[in-house]
Design a protein around this ligand. Structure first.
Ligand code: SF4
Length: 445
């Protein structure tokens, strides 16, 4: 594939004449033959076509892991607890409400709420939940915090509800939606190839089950995101297979708002202890000199690989409008650079995260820092909602997560400036004090 050929891949939505969708073979060819510079240039040109707006976006939300109890045994996860474990927990509604209060204080607009695959109430250790608990939780949040968008329950959780509680998938999603669920996060996809899921996602949804949840949600006109965890035991062909399944599903209903990919974080995980690819002996180095995984060993993705795959994703996903930067796993500088490799969104200012942080991701950014990264990259920072619409949110009296209060000061700097179309004076933006770990959707997200 030449750079010229790879670049001739505009999107179906609003595509220009001459559009031709990138094939799987062309994606692999582009990966193997184009340099990171060529891929970045092509992906950025495509991003500018799709997103000519003068801003790049971010969202303020809070990750609430309502429970770590999980019956699955994903070997890339260091978050879960077995039912009966001493560290197993289920948050109360009051605890969840307190977290939402703190989110509202800093101008947050949504929660990303997920847990493990919790058994039903017959669990002998007292760590099970009835389906009514989830519905009551959604109603509690919707009724008490009507301004908060509930982005919750990844496909593996919803599939588990469907199975454990004996309801059709259609009814499961309908009941969750009627109780207040607004959108569904795309977690738990990892790589949608059962060869891989059988090895790393044990006891969790198979590929077609994950897709079935999303298809049903989209059929009911719910929006969702989609994700990919790369840089473990997958081959390049399997990455493309994953992306083709997402692109094909997107052709059916157009329900994916965004694609988010990130490299597997190996620390403290069983998968992280797998035998790593001995590059000099076992790899089949491609034309770009990059090792190619044989599908049996661990081959982690570095910053170069992350950016290369971001660019491939932008060129391949001609029907998914938004790509997020994964600064949580890649750090602020690579996260900023991602804006030139296909990303148009900086993801979340998150107040709390419990999953990836336990697997090695340690980066933290507050709202002002994310705004600074966007400004320095040449765009205006713009807060958005879950549908990627620009919003301006007044913040209440500033309160930090540890409960202390501070004045709001120039709290409207980002929103007001955003509405006016001018870059906000970053130095004057109120410094949000956001405690807790950053987030990235490694596990059931
Ligand atoms: S990734 Fe999710 S489903 Fe898998 S073990 Fe961890 S909490 Fe459970």
């Amino acid at each position: 594939m030449s750079a010229k050929t790879a670049g001739a891949t505009p999107a179906p939505a609003g595509q220009k004449s001459g559009f031709r969708r990138m094939t799987d073979a062309e994606a692999i060819e582009a990966y193997e033959q184009l340099s990171i510079h060529e891929l970045g240039r092509l992906a950025h040109a495509r991003t500018l076509e799709l997103h000519p707006e003068p801003y790049r976006t971010y969202v303020i939300d809070r990750n609430i892991n309502y429970s770590n109890v999980c019956t699955a045994k994903c070997i890339f996860c260091n978050f879960k607890a077995d039912p009966g474990d001493a560290e197993a927990y289920i948050l109360s509604f009051d605890q969840i409400g307190e977290k939402i209060e703190e989110l509202i204080d800093i101008g947050g607009t949504q929660i990303l709420m997920q847990g493990g695959l919790v058994p039903d109430e017959s669990d002998p250790h007292g760590h099970g939940l009835p389906f009514s608990w989830y519905l009551d939780l959604l109603r509690f949040i919707r009724d008490r915090y009507p301004s908060i968008h509930i982005h919750a329950f990844s496909p593996p959780e919803i599939w588990a509800f469907h199975q454990v509680f004996g309801m059709t998938l259609e009814d499961t999603i309908k009941r969750l939606r009627d109780a207040g669920l607004a959108t569904i996060p795309g977690g738990g996809g990892e790589i949608l190839v059962d060869r891989i899921r059988d090895k790393i996602s044990i006891g969790k949804t198979r590929s077609q089950e994950w897709l079935a949840v999303m298809r049903e949600a989209h059929r009911q006109e719910m929006k969702t995101s989609c994700t990919m965890m790369m840089g473990h035991i997958e081959t390049i062909e399997e990455r493309i297979e994953h992306m083709r399944l997402l692109r094909d599903l997107q052709d059916e209903y157009g329900g994916f708002t965004a694609f988010i990919h990130w490299p597997f974080q190996p620390d403290n995980t069983p998968l992280g202890r797998w035998k790593r690819l001995a590059v000099e002996v076992e790899s089949d180095a491609g034309p770009r000199g990059r090792p190619r995984n044989d599908g049996r060993h661990l081959l982690l993705a570095d910053a170069h690989e992350y950016l290369v795959w971001l660019a491939i994703s932008r060129l391949y996903f001609d029907n998914i409008p938004n790509l997020q930067s994964s600064w949580v796993t890649m750090g602020p500088k690579i996260g900023q650079l991602a804006l030139f490799f296909g990303a148009n969104d900086m993801g979340s200012v998150m107040m709390e995260e419990n999953v990836v942080s336990q697997a090695g991701a340690t980066y933290r950014l507050n709202e002002a820092e994310i705004q600074r990264l966007i400004v320095d990259a040449g765009w205006r920072p713009q807060q958005r909602d879950q549908y990627y619409r620009p919003i301006s949110v007044p913040k209440r009296e500033r309160r930090t997560v540890d409960g202390t209060h501070r004045a709001t000061g120039a709290q409207m700097a980002n929103g007001a400036a955003g509405a006016a179309g001018a870059a906000p004076p970053v130095g004057g933006i109120v410094q949000l004090e956001v405690r807790g770990q950053p987030s990235a959707p490694q596990a059931a997200r």
